[in-house]
Design a protein. Structure first.
Length: 458
C-alpha cells in the first residue's frame, strides 16, 4: 500500500516527503541582503560618497584616473622638447679656467711653459643662419606641443565617458536586481497560493511544481543579476575611486539639448573633436619637420667669439716679448656640410615618411569619428524608441498580471498563464532599464566626441 505524500506549512517553508521548498532560505538571504543594504545606507549617510550624479562621477574620475596624470606628463614632456628646440636659435656661452705650473710637468715639456699660470677664457657662438633647420624645428615642436594639449583634452573626454557609462551601468544593474527581487517575491506568493489551492483540491501537483520551477529559475536569474551588479560596482570604483552611494541620481537629459540630427553631430565632431584637431597639428608638425630636415643639408653661418685673460707665472715670460694681460677674437664661420655619414639624407627620408604617416592617420581618425558619431546616433534613436515601447509593455504587463492573478484565484485561468504573465512583466521592466542604459551610453559617447562631456580644464 502506498502511503500518501505528507505536506506541512510553517514559517520554515513548504515541505513534502520528496522535496523541500527553499522559501525560508531565500527569506534568510533576503534578510541578510537587506541588513547589508541598511548598513551601507547608514554609512553613506554618515560619510556620503562624492559620486551620486553622473556629473559627480565624472568629476571624481578626472581627479582619480591615472590616465589624466599620464596625459599631463606627456604635455610637460612636449613643452620641454619645445624649449630645447628654442635653444637651437640661442647663443651658446661657456667659460673655462686653466692653471699650470713649471713643477707640474716634466723637463721634456719645456715648450709648455707659456701656459704656466692661470688663464681665464670665455667663449660664445651665435647661430646666424642654419638653413632653416632650427627655425622649422621650433615650429615642429610648437605644433607637437599643441597637438599634445589636444590629445590631453581628448583623454579627459574618454575618462569622463568611461565614468559616465559606469554610472549608468551601475544604475541599470541595480534596477535589474530590484526587478528580479520583486519578481521572486511575487513568485513566492504564487507558490503559496498554488499550494493552498492544491490543499483545497482545486489545483494539481503539476501546477505546484510548475510554480516552484519558475520560482527557482527566477532565483538563479537573481544570483546572476547580483553577480553583474558586483562587476558594475567594481568598475565604478576603478573609474572614479569612490564607492557608489546607496542612491544614484539618474541622468534624464535628452540629446536634443545638444544636437538635433546625425549630420549636426558629425559637423560638431569635425569642428571640435580634440583628437581630429590634434591630427591637424601633427600633420603641420610633420610638414615643419620635413623643412627642418632639408635645412640640415644647407650651409650654416655662425658668429664665434673668444676672450682670454692671463695671470701668468714668471716662467711663462719670454725675454724680449711682452705678453698682454687679455685678448679677444671674433670670427664669422661658414660651414658647408659635404658628407655627414648619410644622416642628413636619411633624416629627409624619415621626415617624408613621417608626413605621409600623419596624413594617413588624420584621414583614418576622421573616418573613425564619423563612424562613431553615426553609430552612437543610431543607437540613441533606437534606444529612445525602445524606451517608449518598454514603458508601454510594463504598463500592459502590470495590468495583465493583476488580472490573471485575480482570475487564477477564482479558478478561471490556469497557473501557466499566470506564470507567463509574471515573466513577461519582469522582462519588460528589464528591457526598460536596458533601453535607458543604451540611451545614456550613446548620449555620453556623442558628447565626448564633440568635446562637451568633461568640463573644461581650469
Amino acid at each position: 500500500m502506498t502511503c500518501p505524500r505528507s505536506k506541512t506549512w510553517d514559517r520554515g517553508g513548504l515541505t513534502t516527503s520528496n522535496s523541500k521548498l527553499t522559501i525560508a532560505n531565500h527569506t534568510g538571504k533576503m534578510s541578510i541582503r537587506l541588513l547589508v543594504l541598511g548598513i551601507s545606507f547608514i554609512a553613506s549617510s554618515v560619510v556620503p560618497a562624492r559620486a551620486q550624479t553622473v556629473e559627480d562621477a565624472i568629476f571624481a574620475a578626472l581627479q582619480h584616473s591615472p590616465q589624466i596624470a599620464l596625459g599631463e606628463a606627456d604635455t610637460d614632456a612636449a613643452r620641454a622638447t619645445q624649449f630645447g628646440a628654442l635653444g637651437e636659435l640661442l647663443p651658446s656661452v661657456s667659460a673655462s679656467v686653466t692653471a699650470g705650473h713649471e713643477r707640474w710637468r716634466s723637463d721634456e715639456l719645456e715648450r709648455l711653459r707659456a701656459e704656466d699660470g692661470v688663464t681665464y677664457s670665455l667663449e660664445f657662438s651665435q647661430p646666424v643662419f642654419q638653413g632653416g633647420s632650427a627655425y622649422f624645428g621650433l615650429r615642429d615642436a610648437r605644433a607637437s606641443t599643441q597637438a599634445q594639449r589636444l590629445l590631453e583634452r581628448e583623454n579627459r573626454q574618454l575618462v569622463a565617458e568611461a565614468a559616465a557609462t559606469a554610472h549608468a551601468a551601475l544604475m541599470r544593474d541595480r534596477e535589474i536586481v530590484s526587478h528580479r527581487t520583486r519578481s521572486l517575491d511575487l513568485l513566492m506568493q504564487q507558490v503559496t497560493i498554488t499550494d493552498q489551492r492544491r490543499e483545497a483540491g482545486a489545483e494539481s501537483l503539476i501546477a505546484v511544481s510548475q510554480a516552484r520551477s519558475r520560482m527557482e529559475q527566477e532565483r538563479a536569474e537573481l544570483v546572476r543579476a547580483e553577480a553583474s551588479l558586483a562587476v558594475s560596482e567594481a568598475t565604478y570604483f576603478r573609474q572614479t575611486g569612490d564607492l557608489p552611494g546607496a542612491a544614484l541620481v539618474p541622468d534624464t537629459k535628452p540629446i536634443e539639448d545638444d544636437m538635433i540630427s546625425a549630420a549636426d553631430a558629425i559637423a560638431q565632431a569635425f569642428k571640435s573633436n580634440p583628437g581630429l584637431l590634434a591630427r591637424d597639428d601633427l600633420v603641420s608638425a610633420a610638414q615643419h619637420g620635413q623643412r627642418s630636415a632639408r635645412g640640415k643639408i644647407a650651409p650654416s653661418l655662425s658668429l664665434d667669439g673668444q676672450y682670454n685673460a692671463y695671470d701668468l707665472d714668471a716662467s711663462a715670460q719670454t725675454p724680449g716679448i711682452e705678453q698682454e694681460d687679455n685678448e679677444f677674437q671674433l670670427v664669422a664661420r661658414l660651414r658647408v656640410p659635404l658628407f655627414q655619414k648619410g644622416q642628413n639624407y636619411s633624416g629627409i627620408k624619415s621626415a617624408r615618411a613621417r608626413l605621409a604617416r600623419e596624413n594617413a592617420a588624420r584621414r583614418d581618425a576622421r573616418l573613425a569619428v564619423e563612424e562613431a558619431v553615426t553609430a552612437n546616433w543610431n543607437t540613441l534613436q533606437s534606444a529612445a524608441a525602445a524606451i517608449e515601447a518598454a514603458k508601454a509593455a510594463v504598463m500592459a504587463s502590470e495590468i495583465v498580471v493583476e488580472g490573471q492573478q485575480a482570475e487564477y484565484e477564482s479558478g478561471r485561468t490556469g497557473i501557466q498563464d499566470v506564470l507567463d504573465g509574471q515573466r513577461d512583466l519582469v522582462l519588460a521592466r528589464i528591457s526598460l532599464s536596458q533601453a535607458e542604459f543604451d540611451y545614456r551610453r550613446a548620449r555620453y559617447g556623442l558628447l565626448a566626441l564633440v568635446d562637451r562631456l568633461a568640463p573644461a580644464q581650469g
